[in-house]
Design a protein around this ligand. Structure first.
Ligand code: F6P
Length: 381
């Protein structure tokens, strides 16, 4: 057993509900079981760049008291900083990763627990390769980290989407409108798919299944023909047409001014208006999906993941990311976790279940029709 006495923790990338629950679980387990001290790194990896020890904060039980239910992260986060290429005013980006090893030596820190998405896991893997012992913990509302069945934050975001759809249904019905609900998810449609299923949407658009506006129109018109002149269409922010690009809002610069995904529902609304007479409205849920108190499921998952991260550190199993597999805590290599986003299988069980319940994906490749056809020919699988 390695002689760990002090560990550090950071929350990298965008925030999500459940981050404080992980920090709390790490602090409590480290102290209760091992008597270790925990140092928090402020503002993600930016904490390593701050002068003197301004990027560090000692975390004891009192510091994490009452944080289980709080959204955001008490440590602060940053999703625009790559330690291996830190932007400079004059000159090209500089590799500042050596600061971590130096700091850990000076402060006698034996391991880093890096809580983040796939970008953070890639960086964690590189730090590990430099000799910094790292354990990863996956977080993101997008649920797209490879190697784990779930990330915390996702359940809370899906709850927000389902609640929004519930509210939009009543007003859509009163005014005979088609409401487009734009949700987050980056390159993947997990939030759209689960949120759409939980909210009972008629159509779900997601990056993994390029859409055809005429097929959205066909679905909402078929409903209108049966007297239901209102529909809910969930639009993942990464939704696109075949060979089409994703829609970005231009930031016009670097840092917090970079281009960001968002606004595709405006485009879909325009496309849809060309094909139907019903009124079309769109709403972008945005960061509401990332804020607020974590759901009970996310609090539990985050707590178990934080606890398991300390167990891995105690066992000296560095270079690994905590993972939820078949409802149990396991781990996978950081390299696996950093291999790009985990996407929704377009022909997987969830999409099939949604199609069987009559949800359309407006699939430009005819996927919905193929499915309907195979049902007519062979009966439902
Ligand atoms: O990865 C989480 C996420 O919320 C994505 O769904 C979204 O595209 C992105 O972060 C937004 O990031 P920012 O808060 O930097 O605009």
């Amino acid at each position: 057993m390695p002689r760990v006495k002090r560990i550090a923790i950071l929350t990298g990338g965008g925030d999500c509900p459940g981050l404080n629950a992980v920090i709390r679980a790490v602090v409590r387990t480290a102290q209760n079981v091992h008597g270790w001290e925990v140092l928090g790194i402020r503002d993600g990896v930016e904490g390593f760049l701050k002068p003197r020890d301004e990027g560090l904060i000692r975390l004891g039980r009192d510091d994490v008291a009452g944080t289980l239910v709080r959204g955001g992260t008490i440590l602060g986060a940053s999703n625009r900083c790559d330690l291996f290429a830190v932007p400079r005013k004059n000159g090209p980006p500089k590799d500042e990763s050596h600061r971590v090893g130096k700091l850990f030596k000076r402060k006698n820190v034996a391991a880093l627990i890096a809580v983040g998405g796939d970008g953070t896991m890639r960086m964690a893997n590189r730090l590990q390769a430099q000799g910094v012992p790292v354990i990863g913990v996956p977080k993101t509302i997008d649920n797209d980290v490879r190697g784990t069945d779930r990330t915390f934050g996702f359940d809370t975001a899906v709850g927000v989407v389902a609640d929004a759809i519930d509210r939009l249904y009543t007003t859509a019905e009163s005014h005979h409108r088609v409401m487009l609900v734009e949700v987050m998810g980056r390159d993947t449609g997990w939030i759209a798919l689960h949120g759409g299923l939980a909210g009972g949407a008629e159509v779900i658009l997601m990056p993994e299944i390029p859409y055809d506006p005429e097929r959205i129109a066909a679905k909402v018109q078929a409903r209108a023909a049966h007297g239901r002149r209102y529909s809910i269409v969930v639009v993942s922010e990464g939704a696109r047409r075949p060979k089409g690009a994703m829609v970005y809002r231009r930031g016009g610069g670097e840092g917090h001014l970079v281009d960001r995904l968002g606004g595709v529902s405006y485009r879909v609304a325009e496309e849809l208006r060309e094909h139907i007479d019903l009124e079309v409205r769109n709403i972008v849920l945005g960061h509401i999906q990332r804020g607020g108190s974590p759901s009970p499921l996310d609090r539990t998952l985050a707590s178990l993941m934080g606890h398991h991260a300390v167990e891995l550190a105690a066992a000296g199993r560095f270079g690994r990311m905590v993972a939820l597999k078949s409802s149990g805590m396991k781990s996978v290599t950081l390299r696996t976790a950093g291999r790009g986003p985990r996407k929704v299988p377009p022909r997987g069980a969830l999409v099939r279940a949604a199609r069987e319940m009559g949800i359309s994906f407006a699939a430009a490749d005819g996927g919905d029709d193929d499915y309907a056809q195979s049902r007519r020919t062979h009966g439902a699988p």
